[in-house]
Design a protein around this ligand. Structure first.
Ligand SMILES: [Fe+2]
Length: 274
């Protein structure tokens, strides 16, 4: 098992060849689980090769912690096997639901912020932690509509789940900003309400604005904007040096441009050492 440290980038298909050739510094790589489950041969060989050079963090996109359907045991055993193979100490996915009654929506959808949902999600996180034999972190998602019938605010919802499940928080600073822009509230205040003592990883990304009045859309298609850098700085001031990731998933530029962004994050990360 290898503990992650420093600032990494997401491993994206566009960079598979270049990442193995680059001489620039990267502390670790984050791999999207679903891109490699059930893909044998070259895909797995690439991961083995990458793993020789960098520690790997695994991140999933389809656990559907909040969904009503049973968590598939074969999916969990594939994840456990991948974690073992890559030496991943913990596992992360999103606080959301992605399907219901056998229909998979391929999206990260918000949950009703109710006591019943807290119980349901926390129970499922505990189940996954047991099945994987390692701690789980849940990521705060960006959401574009409030589900009717909320019994608590988003921060309280996240906090209660983390406490009941005894799990970690993957803090996405861009998602905090996007939610504040779209639903109101000061982003720093919103972030400080989250259980920062449980943060085990941080995500940074860019967003865009669409429509009139504008909505912020968490599209991961641009550099990290200034307000998100400010949140990151403020987060590290509370959490200390937490492994950090630059996410760039749309309009992906060449590897060097993503690494430039990584270097910027690394300057802030270093400042919070010691
Ligand atoms: Fe994220």
């Amino acid at each position: 098992m290898v503990a992650l440290k420093g600032v990494g980038i997401g491993l994206r298909r566009e960079h598979h060849a270049d990442i193995l050739r680059t001489e620039r510094h990267v502390d670790w790589l984050e791999v999207i689980t679903e891109n490699f489950i059930d893909h044998g041969g070259n895909s797995i060989r690439l991961l083995d090769e990458v793993r020789e050079r960098w520690p790997i963090g695994l991140h999933g996109v389809s656990m559907s912690f909040g969904g009503p359907d049973p968590l598939p045991d074969d999916y969990l055993s594939h994840i456990a096997a991948l974690c073992d193979r890559l030496g991943a100490e913990e596992y992360s996915d999103h606080l959301c639901f992605s399907g219901a009654h056998g229909v998979f929506f391929a999206d990260l959808l918000p949950l009703p912020q109710t006591h019943e949902a807290v119980e349901h999600v926390a129970k499922r996180i505990r189940y996954v932690q047991e099945a994987l034999g390692r701690p789980v972190m849940i990521e705060n998602i960006s959401y574009y509509a409030e589900i009717p019938g909320n019994e608590m605010g988003h921060s309280e919802f996240v906090t209660r789940i983390c406490e009941q499940a005894d799990c970690g928080l993957l803090l996405d600073c861009n998602n905090v900003f996007v939610n504040s822009f779209n639903h109101g509230g000061d982003p720093l205040e919103r972030m400080l309400e989250l259980p920062l003592d449980r943060v085990g990883r941080i995500h940074l990304a860019g967003h865009k604005y669409k429509g009139q009045p504008p909505m912020a859309i968490d599209n991961h298609g641009s550099p990290v904007p200034d307000p998100v850098w400010e949140l990151y700085d403020a987060a590290l001031a509370r959490t200390g040096q937490v492994p950090t990731l630059i996410e760039w998933d749309l309009e992906i530029p060449d590897l060097d441009r993503v690494l430039d962004e990584r270097d910027k994050a690394a300057v802030i990360w270093e400042r919070h050492g010691g």
